[in-house]
Design a protein around this ligand. Structure first.
Ligand code: PEP
Ligand code: MG
Length: 747
């Protein structure tokens, strides 16, 4: 920028600092700010619009428009040029506002007299707080330097808004981070809890957006960047022994840290009067605005690298490093953009709930949260910007919502809900040691799903008979390198030991689809759920499968062993997998290791095809476990990861039930034990219907064992079956309604 402009912007910032430093009340400060900007930019109008709520912008101060319109003129996000600036998060600059797309005439402001319009978003780290607008009578485009100067000022305004500089009595300006906010996300793990916000990445607070001395700030910035580069170099040296992929990622990271254009832009910001921290934030905001629009996956990744680097640099500059992380409060509810399973494991089971602004139902963190039955809401967009450490928060996993700083009514209703849940838990505890025996005498065995050592204690508390599904991939997912055989066998033997004689059904590695190992070469597949996954990988590249099979045998240490293969779609796959197991037995025998006292080798039925396999399959397999999550997605052709379709089809749809019924018949004819271990087994109505069809073994999350047992003990399964048949005879799509209505009358 030309030198003259630079010192202009610096002068303006100097005056702004004085205005902001005064002990005036919020509204008076805002008024002074618009006066200063209009004077300095030589425009007739300068206005500040701030968000009242996430959808509505309100004119909060103006120089030049009708003063009566302040706090009266409002527009929705996207509406008019101001709304467009907020939505697009980039400057809107025009010499002919009335003919611009989206222009909205607001008579109360008298603005039709001003054809020139320039609006810039007031944003902080990609979070748009409002819009700063200048307008003038003289029909002209604002120059790039003027727009830049406005962006600099907007940056300072964003920081001051965040710090509450414009909150005041009389002004209709609410302090940020104080109102109740409801976040609607998606359901990832049911359950409800009340607690205190614990931010995974605490907000960095910048208290000095305007620099006292640009030279000092430049020096600080350069030193900060230098430290950052050294940190990245150290990370890279540390990763030298790791695999090539990780190094590649870090190399890209270093390239950014060394990028001279990034640093130059920040230096220019500092020269215009911003402090080093504010300059980093300004560039970070710009990158986040671009990130939200980037369609290209490569571009998105690079921009998020830059975001990450900016965070590191901010922590270096402010000294608010990782050790500044707040102490974990009582009843912590973790709030984060996203979180890896390793980090989640570090926090441990102490967490009362988790709310993520991103995340997905199949992510590893979700898997861990589910395994631990921690209520989890994902896609709660914007929560990391709004929540502060220490805020009260209510997580409702059933509804997929989080109430931040709830008002008294919401809080009271929520407490009632929690109390009801506690009463239900007490009821379940009283039947923990009783069998899940229905009134007709049929007994259903209930098992739990697990995947981590930390899950095993639940075996005792839940009343499950054993582990019906042990997802071995979790151990692989939470590491950053392939575990060794000795580590695996040690882990599996600890699992067997902790199960204390109860059956543990180990499933061999189920990777691919949504479960991607960072240390394995990624496969760019058009549709990974139907791609190279689970037993397909195991058979094509048997190294890992063999290692795992050996580890199981060693862990059994002469005791019984049960294992199953995931995603078997045809007889030949089962035969090949079983042949691998037999080879492993022979190998271990030769090596002199004790062989298991008894062995059961099963298959997971997760595609419809296996249901129609030749009789030989049912004769050769020792047991079958229905992986309902996958089976359902293939049966209905509805991606289990896709929010739009994943709940579209009812598990109790007659067509799905008749498929299950066929499986029950085929298994009973061949005398093969059949169980169901998908999520649906843990839902009481589903469990009832499955049992009524003849399924006698269900495996579920530990927290579901109590509710399922409770409901099974209340009913006669032949009656449930009669209701299902009647509903089908009536031509109903699903017996869900009929069964739930009937259940209400069963005491
Ligand atoms: C299933 O598909 O139902 C299952 C139990 O396996 P996962 O959820 O691990 O794919
Ligand atoms: Mg599956």
């Amino acid at each position: 920028m030309p030198h003259g402009m630079e010192s202009e912007s610096r002068k303006l910032l100097g005056r702004l600092r004085e205005a902001l430093g005064s002990d005036r009340e919020g509204q008076a400060r805002l008024n002074q700010v618009v006066d200063l900007i209009a004077g300095s930019m030589q425009t007739e109008v300068c206005s500040i619009y701030l968000f009242r709520d996430p959808e509505t912008l309100e004119l909060c101060a103006t120089k030049g428009l009708e003063p009566e319109s302040v706090h009266k003129t409002r527009m929705r996000l996207g509406e008019g040029l101001v709304g467009r600036t907020a939505r697009s998060r980039v400057a809107v600059n025009t010499a002919d506002a009335p003919s611009e797309k989206g222009f909205r005439y607001m008579p109360e402001t008298g603005e039709e007299r001003y054809p020139s319009f320039c609006g810039v978003p007031i944003q902080r780290l990609g979070d748009v707080l409002g819009v700063l607008v200048v307008q003038s009578k003289n029909a002209r485009l604002f120059t790039a330097d003027e727009v830049y100067a406005l962006e600099i000022v907007a940056m300072v305004l964003a920081e001051m808004t965040e710090l509450g500089a414009f909150v005041g009595e009389g002004a209709a300006l609410m302090a940020r981070h104080q109102q109740p906010v409801l976040f609607r996300g998606s359901i990832a793990q049911e359950g409800a809890s009340e607690g205190t916000v614990f931010l995974h990445e605490p907000r960095v607070v910048v208290t000095n957006p305007i620099s006292d001395d640009p030279d000092v700030e430049l020096k600080r910035l350069r030193e900060g960047v230098e430290t950052l580069r050294k940190t990245v170099d150290t990370m890279l040296t540390g990763a030298r022994t790791a695999d090539a992929d990780q190094i590649e990622v870090l190399e890209a990271y270093r390239m950014f840290a060394n990028s001279s254009s990034w640093v130059k832009r920040m230096e220019a910001d500092v020269e215009s009067g911003l402090s080093a921290e504010a300059a980093v934030e300004k560039e970070q905001s710009m990158a986040r605005a671009r990130l939200s629009k980037a369609g290209d996956a490569y571009m998105r990744e690079r921009l998020s690298d830059l975001d990450d680097l900016s965070n590191r640099l901010l922590r270096i500059l402010t000294g608010q490093g990782a050790d500044a992380r707040a102490e974990i409060p009582e009843n912590p509810i973790l709030v984060a953009r996203n979180i890896g399973p390793g980090e989640l494991l570090e926090y441990g089971k102490a967490l009362k709930g988790i709310v993520l602004s991103e995340g997905s139902v199949g992510s590893h963190a979700t898997i861990v949260a589910r395994a631990w039955a921690i209520p989890l809401v994902i896609n709660a967009s914007g929560i990391t910007r709004e929540a502060l450490n220490g805020d009260v928060i209510l997580v409702d996993g059933e509804q997929g919502v989080a109430h931040l700083r709830p008002d008294d009514n919401v809080h009271a209703a929520f407490r009632d809900k929690l109390a009801m849940q506690t009463r239900a838990q007490e009821r379940y505890a009283s039947i923990r040691d009783l069998p899940a025996q229905a009134r007709c005498g049929s007994v259903v065995s209930l098992h739990m799903n697990a995947g981590l050592m930390a899950d095993l204690p639940s075996l005792e508390g839940s009343g499950a008979e054993g582990v019906g599904l042990f997802r071995t991939e979790l151990q692989f997912l939470i590491r950053n390198q392939m575990p060794r055989r000795s580590e695996l066998s040690a882990l599996y033997s600890r699992v067997i030991e902790a199960a204390n004689g109860r059956r543990v059904n180990f499933r061999t590695l189920d990777i691919g689809s949504d479960k991607v190992l960072t240390y394995m070469k990624p496969n760019d597949e058009p549709n990974p759920a139907m791609g190279w996954r689970a037993i397909r990988v195991g058979l094509d590249k048997p190294g890992v499968l063999r290692m795992q099979l050996q580890a199981f045998i060693r862990a059994a240490n002469g005791g019984p062993l049960t294992l199953m293969f995931p995603f078997v779609t045809q007889l030949s796959e089962f035969r090949s997998a079983k042949a691998e197991f037999e080879k492993a037995i022979q190998r271990e025998d030769k090596l002199g290791h004790p062989l298991p006292s008894s062995v059961e080798v099963g298959a997971m039925l997760e595609t419809p095809s296996l249901g129609f396999a030749p009789d030989a399959f049912f004769e050769e397999v020792d047991f079958i476990s229905i992986g309902g999550n996958d089976l359902k997605q293939f049966f209905f052709a509805a991606d289990r990861e896709n929010e739009r379709v994943r709940r579209r089809y009812d598990t109790l749809d007659v067509s799905f039930l008749s498929f299950l019924e066929m499986l029950v018949e085929r298994c009973s004819k061949a005398n093969v034990p059949l169980s169901f271990c998908g999520e649906d087994a843990g839902r009481p109505i589903e469990a009832l219907c499955f049992a009524a069809l003849g399924l006698r073994s269900l495996s579920m999350r530990p927290a579901s064992v109590g509710p399922v047992k409770h409901v099974l003990r209340r009913v006669d399964l032949t009656e449930v079956k009669a209701i299902m048949d009647k509903s089908a005879a009536k031509g109903e799509q699903s017996p869900r309604r009929a069964v739930s209505d009937w259940l209400v009358y069963q005491v």
